[in-house]
Ligand binder design. Structure first.
Ligand code: NI
Length: 277
């Protein structure tokens, strides 16, 4: 018995490494949460950027609501089981008519978690059409093993360090994954994926939530934090506390602490499994 996904959608995820589109938000939810985000941007006079666009669920009501959304969690539970943590989240905004892009990559290459069971829910707060630079993925690539990644930082690359796979796949490969506002796609952490420029008149707003089953562990000695959102924690991560007062000094303090741990794990890089403690 599945909670939200149809059995053939679960099979598609297992076969292809992704499934889309999945309807999750009402039009009211989309407009309310987009308005909250944009009111904050307007008040500060600039688009959201780092650090607020990482782990936004520790700062903003709209993001807290999204990571706890029952329909999103039902679909995620259908794929990874009932004990669910949020390990990370990133808000990917491509402004209208901008060439921002993401290189071919596997999320697992910079998450440093084992085993590779986590799933990213990419939730659209505006239409992510083909023209708007939606995600593109290579079907079945979550079973092809780990590819070598290199860092090519570039202001137009939406991933900060610019990690990606060089010279293997061209820009036209794979399956396009358009989703409308209020829909999401779900992809496996080993899936090879990318995305192109936004040639639309609207900004493309996608909230990528990295969910992990609680039995997953961080590689190495640094113990990053995660937020339990359903079921029970298995004690492999420091516990994050759910946001209670959005944008308060305490929220900023907890957000900074969680990001520092996440960065420390990232900066430690890859440590072979044998070196695990
Ligand atoms: Ni990715």
């Amino acid at each position: 018995m599945t909670l939200l996904l149809r059995p053939e959608q679960v099979q598609a995820y297992e076969r292809d490494g992704f499934v889309f589109p999945v309807d999750v938000l009402t039009p009211q939810e989309v407009s309310q949460w987009r308005a909250e985000l944009q009111a904050w941007e307007q008040a500060r006079g600039a688009a959201i950027d780092f650090p607020e666009k990482s782990k936004s669920y520790l700062l903003f009501n709209w993001a807290d609501q999204l990571v706890h959304h029952p329909r999103i969690l039902d679909a995620v539970e259908d794929l990874i089981g009932p004990d669910i943590l949020v390990y990370h989240s990133t808000l990917f905004i491509k402004e209208a008519h901008t060439p921002a892009y993401v290189r071919w990559h596997q999320d697992s290459s910079y998450f440093y978690l084992e085993p590779h069971l986590h799933v990213t829910a990419w939730v659209a707060l505006s239409d992510a059409s083909v023209r708007a630079g939606c995600m593109r993925a290579l079907p079945g690539s979550h079973r092809w093993g780990a590819f070598a990644h290199d860092d090519k930082p570039d202001p137009l690359n939406m991933i900060k360090r610019g990690q990606g796979i060089s010279d293997r796949f061209d820009h036209e490969s794979g399956t396009l994954m358009p989703v409308s506002a209020g829909q999401m796609s779900l992809h496996h952490t080993d899936l090879v994926h990318a995305s192109g420029a936004n040639d639309n008149d609207d900004r493309r707003i996608g909230y990528a939530i990295s969910y992990i089953p609680a039995q997953v562990r961080p590689i190495g000695e640094i113990r990053p934090s995660a937020l339990r959102v359903r079921g029970r924690s298995h004690g492999h991560f420091a516990d994050e506390q759910r946001l209670d007062a959005p944008l308060s000094p305490l929220a900023y303090e907890r957000h900074a602490a969680a990001l520092a741990l996440f960065r420390a794990r990232q900066d430690a890089g890859f440590i072979p499994t044998g070196a695990n403690t």
